[in-house]
Design a protein around this ligand. Structure first.
Ligand SMILES: Cc1ncc(CN)c(N)n1
Length: 218
């Protein structure tokens, strides 16, 4: 069995907490509190801005360490999508009257951004960083795709948000990232595999805390 599938089986409860969180489930069933959505929007804009340098550092690691040239193109595609994402956040914030310039980062967000920064260090192995990248993107993909799947009652005005991460193209991209991570993990020594696993667990915990923050719980 491939490494990531093995971890997802072993840590299924944590993965489900991140990808079936009460906040995204409330979007899916239409009961979402719009002030929670606006809080998420403002905080996620701050997160995405910190995510850009993380992806830049990953690009550098791929260039130096990857055994497959196509990794760079996949990560560069992710970077282009982030460029779009930043513009989308600005438009969406104005639609919902959320002032991005006066949004103050919450403690959870600051801690998650600091964690991202720790992964930017040249000491962190490419395999560990690309596996973390897959986990960060996959949580949003799974969470928002679920808001669009059969039986969902997602409010019309939130469908575009769900489409952004829940669309099939983003799903395919996450699958490609998972393949890259699995390929690297297969060739890695035990200590790198353990570090990557611990990093994925930490990402999942931060993602749960991030959704909690949207609900005003932290
Ligand atoms: C907290 C968080 N995690 C993941 C993503 C997806 N790029 C995001 N926008 N925000």
């Amino acid at each position: 069995m491939l490494m990531i599938q093995k971890w997802l089986n072993q840590h299924n409860e944590l993965y489900t907490s991140a990808t079936r969180h009460p906040f995204t489930l409330s979007i899916r069933d239409g009961s979402v509190d719009l002030s929670a959505f606006k809080r998420w929007l403002g905080q996620d804009y701050i997160f995405v801005r910190a995510f850009v340098p993380f992806v830049a550092s990953l690009l550098l690691k791929a260039w130096k360490e990857s055994d497959d040239d196509s990794d760079i193109e996949v990560i560069l595609g992710g970077m282009a999508a982030l460029n779009d994402e930043v513009s989308w956040f600005k438009r969406e914030a104005s639609k919902w009257s959320v002032s991005l310039s006066s949004t103050v980062p919450q403690k959870t967000n600051l801690e998650y951004c600091r964690f991202l920064e720790s992964l930017m260090s040249p000491e962190v192995d490419y395999t560990v960083a690309v596996t973390a990248f897959w986990a960060i993107e996959a949580v949003y993909q799974e969470s928002y795709a679920h808001c669009l799947s059969d039986g969902s009652k997602t409010p019309e005005e939130l469908k575009e948000t769900c489409q952004r991460w829940g669309n099939d193209g983003f799903g395919q991209y996450c699958h490609t990232l998972q393949n890259i991570a699995n390929r690297r993990l297969e060739k890695s020594p035990e200590d790198i595999i353990s570090k990557a696993e611990a990093t994925v667990m930490r990402v999942l915990e931060y993602e749960v805390e991030f959704w909690n923050m949207s609900r005003g719980e932290t």
